[in-house]
Every structure is written in structure tokens, then in C-alpha cells.
Ligand binder design. Structure first.
Ligand code: CP
Ligand code: NVA
Length: 306
């Protein structure tokens, strides 16, 4: 059966751990240069409305490594640019392709793509969620810490798409998550209640605080993302002022567990949400996290499509 991944909560806990298993297996096959052909005869479109270094390249590379074909669809070169509705675009693309990976501004666009295309659609980031990122983040934690269940992750910064996907994925994995965000930038209340509901079954505690110090005490993982997301450029000045004090730096890291690790989905702005010494320091696992985007893209594609 093939399925979409529009929101992190489209997955069950069982799906999430099964994807980790596939990603681990595929990572070792890729390292050993063993041939993989689980996507043979499958053609996958990558429709990206916003820039991307990691998500697009990691998915394209994973598709090729798994024996499939990838077609990059630049919205500027599609009839979408001239006003063709997403519903019509989706129906037509659905008849040419076996799946679509889409990065969009409005979350509704990826919902519509999935609904009208009748093929699996993987959300490569929307204004609401970034599910493939959270899969990669938790997979990386599993590699580094040997477990995910019962660990404490502190997310410092904007209650944005990356924060939402982490809330849902941590809840699915039974990992506690504490978010510290300023007033007006807390995570979406619907996502919070969904994560809390999932957490009630898996044992994950979901908590939201005002100050970073409250969230990081004893944390096993410190995580941050940019203060100004793509599409929010007009709010840059206001947000840069509001988020002062929500930086992962050496002082904040000292309040976490002794063996705490630091993560960032990237791209990073050194001197804003994270300091250069921390991102380049021995506790940073951001490069392993970034590499794992490809292995998890492979795991997700393999799990959803083959
Ligand atoms: N982390 C992430 O999604 O990076 P890109 O914007 O480069 O895809
Ligand atoms: N929150 C960021 C994530 C980038 C990967 C954005 O949406 O721009």
C-alpha cells in the first residue's frame, strides 16, 4: 500500500520506528556501495516553491540511489505560474508520476496536491510542518544516544514548522519535548493538543515555556531553528528583536545534561539563534543530522512507496 506523508502525525509510532529501521539498513547499504533497486521503474517529481539545499538534494540523491527517476519541477516553469489551479496541476502530475515531494508556502497546497493527484505526496516543508526533517532528527538522536524514548528535547526559538514536526514526532516516539518560545510565537494550539493526545498514549510529556532556561534544565538534546522562516522576510526586524535571548550558546548549554547534544535543521545563522562556538563545538551533531536527511529520505521513500 502506498501512502502520503503530509503531516508528521500521518505516521503512527510503528511507522516511525519502521522508517528508522529502513533508513539504518539503507544507510549501511549506501556506505557499502551495494546496489539498491526498490524504486526501480518509479518516477518521482520534486515540486519546490521555496529554496532548498538539503531536502531537495537529499531526496533527489536518495531516489537515484534507490534506482528511481527524479524530475525537478520548478513552479516558475509550470503553468501554476500563469494561474493553473493546483487541483488541475495535481490531477495531471498524478497521471505522469509515482509520487511527489513538495515544498510549499501554504500547507493547504500540499494537502490539495495529495488529495487531487491520487499518488503519494511527501511534504518537504510547508508553513505548518516539516515532517521529513523530524524523522531525520529523531533517527540521528537514536544513532547518537541509542534510544529516543524517555529522553528530553528542549526546542528554543520560534514555534514554527520545524517545532511543530518535532512536537508530533517526539510525541509518536515517546520522547519528552519542552518548547521555549516568546509570547506570540508559541507553537500552534491545534498541533500542541494533537501532540499532547499522542503523548498521552506513548508517555511523551509536551510542555511549553516562556524562557529558554526553563526548557533546557537537564535536557538531553538542545534544538533550534532560524528566527525568520522563508516567507517571513517582512517580519525580520521585529522578530530579530523579539528573539534576542532565545539563542543556544555556551551558557545555555551548561544548564543542560552533561552529555547533551546540539541540533539545528540548518541553514543556521551564527550569532543569532546559535553561536559559532556551539555549532562548531564537540556537542554539535548538526553535520551527522544533515547527512541523515539523505538516509531518512531513502527510508521514507522505501517505506511509503515500495
Ligand atoms: N533543513 C532543511 O530543510 O534544509 P533545506 O531548506 O536546505 O532543505
Ligand atoms: N523554519 C525554516 C526551516 C528551514 C529548513 C523555514 O521554514 O524557513
Amino acid at each position: 500500500m502506498t501512502r502520503s506523508l503530509v503531516k508528521a502525525s500521518d505516521l503512527t509510532s510503528k511507522d516511525l520506528f519502521a522508517i528508522f529501521g529502513r533508513a539504518r539498513e539503507l544507510k549501511s547499504r549506501i556506505y557499502a556501495r551495494k546496489p539498491i533497486n526498490t524504486l526501480q521503474n518509479k518516477v518521482i517529481g520534486l515540486l519546490f516553491e521555496k529554496p532548498s539545499t538539503r531536502t531537495r538534494t537529499s531526496f533527489e540523491s536518495a531516489i537515484l540511489r534507490l534506482g528511481g527517476g527524479a524530475i525537478y519541477l520548478a513552479p516558475g516553469n509550470l503553468q501554476i505560474k500563469r494561474g493553473e489551479p493546483i487541483e488541475d496541476t495535481a490531477r495531471v502530475l498524478g497521471s505522469y508520476l509515482d509520487a511527489i515531494v513538495a515544498r510549499v508556502y501554504a500547507h493547504q497546497t500540499v494537502v490539495d496536491l495529495s488529495h487531487y493527484s491520487h499518488i503519494p505526496v511527501i511534504n518537504g516543508l510547508s508553513d505548518l510542518d516539516h515532517p521529513t526533517q523530524a524523522v531525520c532528527d529523531l533517527f540521528t538522536i537514536l544513532e547518537v544516544k541509542g534510544r529516543v524514548q524517555g529522553l528530553n528535547l528542549a526546542y528554543i526559538g520560534d514555534g514554527n514548522n520545524v517545532c511543530h514536526s518535532l512536537l508530533l514526532a517526539c510525541a509518536l516516539a515517546g520522547m519528552h519535548i519542552r518548547v521555549a518560545a516568546p509570547g506570540g510565537y508559541k507553537p500552534d494550539s491545534g498541533i500542541l493538543s494533537e501532540a499532547t493526545g499522542i503523548g498521552a498514549k506513548t508517555g511523551a510529556r509536551i510542555e511549553v515555556f516562556d524562557r529558554p532556561e526553563e526548557a533546557v534544565a537537564g535536557a538531553d538534546i538542545l534544538y533550534t531553528d532560524v528566527w525568520v522562516s522563508m516567507g517571513e522576510e517582512g517580519e525580520e526586524k521585529t522578530k530579530l528583536e523579539i528573539f534576542q535571548g532565545y539563542q543556544i550558546n555556551a551558557d545555555l548549554l551548561r544548564m543542560a545534561a552533561e552529555d547533551a547534544v546540539v541540533m539545528h535543521c540548518l541553514p543556521a545563522h551564527r550569532g543569532l539563534e546559535i553561536t559559532d562556538d556551539v555549532i562548531e563545538g564537540p556537542r554539535s551533531i548538526v553535520w551527522q543530522q544533515a547527512e541523515n536527511k539523505m538516509h531518512c529520505a531513502a527510508g521514507i521513500l522505501d517505506y511509503l512507496l515500495s
